[in-house]
Ligand binder design. Structure first.
Ligand code: FES
Length: 107
């Protein structure tokens, strides 16, 4: 079972076990990560599941889709390593994934 470490903007660290095939957002919801809102439930239409992928994991998490890019235009404090966590599917390869959350989820 791959693990994800979430570091919230205030420094709170959470380690969550993810199921293979679920998204990082779904694991965050189960793990009660308060700084991930996920208003749209994972349909890539709200941008409130924004995370910063640690640089060491950028290659393994892959590229943003065009749809994701468009939604990120609505997110706050977007950076080069910004992703929507509902668009990252967990696999064994992502065991140990580290993401950080922004200080605000919204526009
Ligand atoms: Fe809405 Fe990810 S949960 S865009």
């Amino acid at each position: 079972m791959p693990k994800i470490t979430f570091i919230e903007y205030d420094g709170t660290v959470h380690e969550v076990d993810a199921d293979i095939g679920e998204t990082v957002m779904e694991a965050a919801m189960r793990g009660s990560i308060a700084s991930i809102v996920a208003e749209c439930g994972g349909s890539c239409t709200c941008a409130t599941c924004h995370v910063y992928v640690d640089d060491a994991w950028l290659e393994k998490t892959g590229e943003r889709s065009l749809e994701e890019e468009e939604q990120l235009d609505n997110a706050y404090d977007v950076r080069a390593n910004s992703r929507l966590s509902c668009q990252i599917k967990m696999s064994e390869e992502l065991d140990g994934l580290l993401v950080r959350t922004p200080s605000y989820q919204g526009r």
